[in-house]
Design a protein around this ligand. Sequence first.
Ligand SMILES: Cc1cc2nc3c(=O)[nH]c(=O)nc-3n(C[C@H](O)[C@H](O)[C@H](O)COP(=O)(O)OP(=O)(O)OC[C@H]3O[C@@H](n4cnc5c(N)ncnc54)[C@H](O)[C@@H]3O)c2cc1C
Length: 396
Amino acid sequence: MQEFDAIIVGAGPAGLRAANNLAKAKFKVLCLDKKQEIGVPKRCAEGLGLGWFERLGLKPNPKWAVQEIEGAALYAPSEKKVELRFKSISGYILERRVFEKELAKETSMNGAIIKTKANAFAFKRNSGKVEVKVNESGIVKEYAAPLIIACDGVESLTARKLGVNTAIEIPDYDSGYQYEMANIEIPDEKLIHLYFGTEVAPRGYVWIFPKGKNHANVGVGIGGMNEKTAKSYLDKFIASHPGLSKGSIIEVNCGCVPVGGFLDDMTADNLLIVGDAAHQVNPIHGGGIGIAMEAADIACDTAIKAFKAKDFSHEFLQQYNSHWYEKRGNKLKAILKKRMMFENLKDKDFETLAESVTGDDILKLTEGDLVGAAKVVTKKLIKYPGLVRVMLKYLK
Ligand SMILES: Cc1cc2nc3c(=O)[nH]c(=O)nc-3n(C[C@H](O)[C@H](O)[C@H](O)COP(=O)(O)OP(=O)(O)OC[C@H]3O[C@@H](n4cnc5c(N)ncnc54)[C@H](O)[C@@H]3O)c2cc1C
């Protein structure tokens, strides 16, 4: 049985970042992914805000940062638009397949062993280590390490197999369905376009994330329990927009996003849980690439301390929980409260907002600037007591 310092299950953004960090620190790392190709298929609209580049020390590379974004256009059900346009670039749409492959190449160059078509399916603690059985293209191999980092995404089984119940309720998931489309008309390729309304996307939105002038990820996320599928909402939206329906679908993606159900404890003996596997996702817009990579950094800080102390106990590893909540988790919990506000908005409320507020006002609301938000509420929305009641309840 081949031994490693750490075995990382999953080679998405969380797993690759964790493997790269530990490899750079000269630990012997194995990173496994059951997919046959890193980054493929993508289950993602590929948007990443500029702040994440700064926080993660990433330099946008034109190979994978394919479209500069300067803001967002938000559409009410009538398609009345509110534009949030920044003075400079506010983010990028990625070519995630290339982004992850580049990260995998760097991680491998730093000394980590990455294996694709390698499904980790059985885990057993034995004498301070975890033995992992991996199906590698039909052949079962075994590896062992004192530390497992579960970065196996929303479908994560690693944590459960090591005794942590990560199951959450159905309302804490959004279902996403997306087409990558070519030869379409995009209102403005420097903006992401988000369409709201109960008929458009219950508890969610339709998005157009441009990857070029006539090329975009067009998708929908819907939340909670629905009789209709996410695909049916997307198909209906596209059919009613001739600028989209005239184009071609060059890729179909679907997936599930955990938009809540944060875990109080993301650790156990010999185990750290990171990324979608720990539900570390922005509960309003479902973005998780940056959050997963930042969480990998925080988890690796704990891992490196554990290697120094030779202590992989649940008690020791728990410091990862408090560090993550201090840096990111508590902010995400506050955002979850705001999502509840949006869930309670009716179509007429979206129309009122689109009629009354500006892009700047929306920014203040979504960024948690309560003074700014109160200004919006009192000055502009006072004529709409129902809407004000909903907002105040959740903005407190
Ligand atoms: C429709 C949709 C649109 C999205 N759009 C955006 C967006 O625009 N911006 C954004 O920031 N986020 C977006 N997200 C969320 C984002 O994709 C995730 O938050 C992010 O990928 C999380 O990274 P991760 O590494 O934790 O998990 P993943 O990227 O899911 O990686 C997990 C990996 O683990 C592997 N794996 C699972 N089980 C095993 C096993 N037993 N053995 C070996 N390997 C295993 C999987 O094959 C996978 O490669 C979107 C999600 C969806 C579904």
